[in-house]
Ligand binder design. Structure first.
Ligand SMILES: *Cc1c(COP(=O)(O)O)cnc(C)c1O
Length: 364
């Protein structure tokens, strides 16, 4: 029997009648883009994070793009982020015309190292994007300290960390701006594309709202050049249903992580390390192994799907060679990409699934 790496359909099946009622309600409402369901979702998501405002977008990438534009990031500016992230973080910086500057990770948490951010700052630095990778918050207090000293905006890439906590505060409400993705396999997933920007700064919220919908204010008066980065009404309605389950789904992910931690305690692989400040929500459960490729092959032969997030850091992806960094520029991120392996992790995974995966890891 195969153990799948992700299973977004299981979540739909468990809420089928509620989701279908919400979708049919949108279909008969006649409003298909933005509208009351999206507005209600924005209020509910903002409240969940503890931010004053939330502005729904068409994807996590467009949320990052809007956040940077609202922070006045543009040509001539530099934005510091991590090489160990999904390429969208860097792409969003490039969409604004700014330059992405990378700083290596803390290998214990896989997140950007605040001391290395400090070293990457130049007079052109405008913002920092910490990524809460795999569902664990970056060291936000240290990052906020660096940002304060140098007058920089902090944009959280929380695409993998819905509901994660840093010293009791929820991500998305820690930096100046937070960005989330609702890609179907994220901890909170739409039935299509979606994203959201969170902030407690009313001016930034207003700017993001305007840029999301062609820079109009009021309608048909385009006071600045904007984008079509709007959320569909159907996704808003689906996300309202699913948001009510996010906390319990995160609890189930944390329980599965505990099972893996216990079952793999005596193995040769390194389990994820959780920082003292973290409430980790395990978007991914990522182990390190010196024999990662052999381990992966052995798991595949037993029907266990795994992932690698990511097989190369952004600066070594062919499309991003023009960032200007070669091999060796970020040795800690590069070493991680040779050893990391993401095991199956989702709320619907059973105890016996986890035991089967752990037994296969121990046997390889
Ligand atoms: C998924 C993801 C994004 C992009 O979100 P989309 O909704 O796919 O555009 C950005 N950053 C990180 C870290 C992600 O995991």
């Amino acid at each position: 029997m195969t153990i799948r790496f992700a299973n977004p359909k299981a979540q739909y099946d468990s809420l089928r009648s509620e989701i279908e009622a919400a979708v049919l309600n949108v279909l008969s409402s006649g409003t298909y883009v933005l509208g009351p369901e999206v507005e209600a979702f924005e209020r509910e998501f903002a409240a969940h994070c503890g931010a004053e405002h939330a502005i729904a977008a068409s994807s996590g990438t467009s949320a990052l793009h809007l956040a940077l534009l609202a922070a006045d990031v543009g040509p001539g500016d530099e934005v510091i982020t991590t090489p160990l992230t999904f390429v969208a973080t860097v792409a969003a910086i490039e969409y604004t015309g700014a330059r992405a500057v990378l700083a290596d990770i803390d290998p214990a948490t896989f997140n950007i190292d605040p001391a290395l951010i400090e070293k990457a700052i130049t007079p052109n630095t405008k913002a920092i994007i910490p990524v809460h990778l795999y569902g664990q918050p970056a060291d936000m207090e240290s990052i906020a300290g660096v940002a304060r000293t140098h007058g920089l905006t902090v944009v959280e890439d929380a695409a993998q960390a819905h509901g994660a906590g840093y010293n009791g505060k929820r991500v998305g409400a820690i930096g100046d701006i937070g960005c989330f993705s609702f890609y179907p396999t994220k901890n909170l997933g739409a039935l299509g594309e979606g994203g959201i920007v969170t902030t407690s700064d009313a001016q930034i919220a207003e700017r993001v709202r305007r840029l999301r919908d062609w820079g109009q204010e009021p309608k048909s008066h385009h006071i600045e050049k904007g984008y079509n980065h709007r959320m569909d009404a159907i996704q808003g309605a689906v996300l309202r249903v699913k948001l009510r389950h996010l906390d319990s789904w995160n609890d189930l992910r944390r329980e599965r992580a505990r099972w893996y931690d216990e079952l793999l305690a005596d193995s040769s692989v390194a389990a994820p390390q959780v920082a003292a400040w973290s409430r980790h929500v395990y978007h991914l459960y990522v182990i390190r192994s010196g024999a990662r490729d052999d381990l992966r092959r052995s798991l595949v032969s037993k029907g266990i799907e795994t992932g690698i997030h990511y097989p190369a850091p952004v600066h070594l992806q062919p499309a991003y060679a023009d960032l200007g960094y070669g091999e060796g520029a970020f040795p800690l991120a590069e070493a991680a990409t040779r050893e990391i392996l993401s095991l199956p992790m989702y709320p619907e995974l059973t105890r016996s699934d986890v035991e089967q995966v752990a037994a296969a890891v121990l046997a390889s």
